[in-house]
Design a protein around this ligand. Structure first.
Ligand SMILES: CC(=O)SCCNC(=O)CCNC(=O)[C@H](O)C(C)(C)COP(=O)(O)OP(=O)(O)OC[C@H]1O[C@@H](n2cnc3c(N)ncnc32)[C@H](O)[C@@H]1OP(=O)(O)O
Ligand SMILES: O=C(O)CCC(=O)C(=O)O
Length: 389
């Protein structure tokens, strides 16, 4: 079976994302996040865990009532009572999860592989009877025996599931292994395969991209990469990575992503790191002289990712590592034309100030230093340099 170069994003910000320790979205935030994802064109959203109780079910019902374009999924354990709580919520699909590694089958559930297969037969059929489409969530699939995973998938398909979720629950895989495992599973089954990666080793996005190359049809993501422990694969990284590196389309448009990213950041209460890829405040900010000079000549000189893809822009700042081109450009923005010699004199002042204050100079400071330049320029260079610092 061949697959076109598309991947369906199943965003789990409202399920695994909310499992980030200390995070609890209120209804208004859940609605805003769901709408935000829908507006970007994310086709599937995993929106909660009905067995958590009435409040969670009400919130899921509320999201289902929004009339979003996205298909909605809920997460459930393989238990009849849990499954019943997933019915009549207005969602399309359930991710029916079961541990598949011997570690978790024996040491968490106290069961056997045969018990797991029997559970899949019984509960997938129950879910289908409730009118739900079913994905079987293979919890801890990354530590499971691959031949057993093939049996899990075969059993799931025979019972009426359409999807298998390959979960790297503890975040221990790397892309080469993911590629090899996914290729193997792809060769044995026609089921949709969804990659669910965690970022414990900083490899969630790389593993998700590898899964796409290995034959996954779906990828789980979260906004800003939030989620259990170190988080999940970041929506923005996966979407951009798939397109830019592999020419794989997801139909998700990130040009208005910043609004959603900020919304999720605020709702979690955990600030995004300044240098977090794609969404961090500082990731399109440049100080180093050679880089700024290169960017001013042609942005392609130092641009791996076009900030416009995310509705952002390059920002040039002055600091300890600036060069004279950056100084000339900064003063030009103030309407002041500098010669190279003046720029060099001012650069020395900018460097020492930035080292002392650990910040870029303000426009007011730049203007002041420029006014002082005349008197300094008259002095011998060594004296001028001393006076400026
Ligand atoms: C890897 C993941 O992210 S899985 C999703 C994890 N998410 C969450 O846990 C968040 C929401 N969780 C909850 O609200 C609660 O844990 C509930 C409602 C699901 C369950 O609560 P409780 O019934 O009080 O159980 P508790 O959380 O203490 O323990 C989990 C139980 O589920 C069992 N279990 C765990 N996974 C599964 C599964 N996939 N299928 C069936 N049973 C399971 C455990 O063995 C344990 O049962 P035991 O006490 O008989 O050994
Ligand atoms: O079984 C699943 O659906 C995956 C659950 C999950 O979030 C994980 O394993 O990290």
């Amino acid at each position: 079976m061949t697959h076109p170069p598309t991947i369906v994003i199943d965003d789990t910000t409202l399920r695994d994302g909310e499992q980030s320790a200390g995070v609890a979205f209120n209804d208004a935030e859940r609605v805003a996040i769901a709408r935000g994802l829908d507006e970007l064109g994310v086709p599937e959203l995993e929106v909660g865990i009905p067995s958590m109780g009435d409040e969670e079910c009400d919130s899921i019902r509320m999201l289902a009532g929004l009339g979003l374009n996205a298909r909605l999924l809920v997460w459930s354990r393989m238990r009849t009572d849990d499954l019943k709580s997933c019915a009549h919520l207005g969602v399309d699909m359930v991710d029916l999860s079961i541990p598949v590694s011997d570690q978790q089958i024996t040491r968490k559930l106290g069961r056997t592989r045969e018990w797991v297969l029997e559970c899949i037969r019984r509960h997938v059929a129950e879910a289908r009877e409730l009118g739900l489409e079913v994905g079987v969530g293979g919890e801890d699939a990354s530590r499971a025996d691959v031949d057993f995973l093939a049996r899990v998938m075969e059993t799931a398909q025979q019972a009426g599931a359409r999807r298998f979720r390959f979960a790297d629950t503890v975040g221990i895989l790397e892309p080469f292994t993911v590629l090899e495992r996914l290729r193997r599973l792809r060769a044995t089954s026609d089921l949709e395969i969804e990659m669910h990666a965690h970022d414990d080793l900083g490899l969630a996005t790389a593993n998700s991209l590898a899964a796409a190359l290995g034959g996954a049809t779906h990828v789980n993501t979260t906004v800003n990469g939030i989620g259990e422990r170190a988080g999940n694969a970041a929506l923005e990284e996966v979407v951009l990575g798939l397109r830019q590196l592999h020419g794989i389309d997801t139909g998700v448009d990130l040009r208005r992503f910043q609004t959603l990213s900020h919304l999720v950041e605020t709702a979690t209460g955990h600030p995004i790191h300044w240098q977090k890829s794609l969404v961090g405040e500082g990731v399109f900010t440049h100080e180093a002289g050679i880089h700024v000079d290169g960017l001013l000549k042609d942005p392609a000189n130092y641009q791996g990712v076009d900030p416009a893809e995310l509705g952002r822009e390059h920002r040039l700042v002055l600091g300890k590592h600036s060069g004279s081109s950056a100084v000339i450009q900064a003063y030009a923005r103030l309407g002041i034309t500098l010669g190279r010699a003046e720029a060099t004199l001012l650069l020395s002042r900018i460097r020492s100030a930035a080292s002392r204050t650990k910040r870029a100079p303000t426009e007011r400071e730049l203007a002041l230093w420029y006014q002082e330049l005349d008197s300094l320029a008259a002095a011998p260079i060594s004296t001028a340099h001393h006076a400026l610092t």
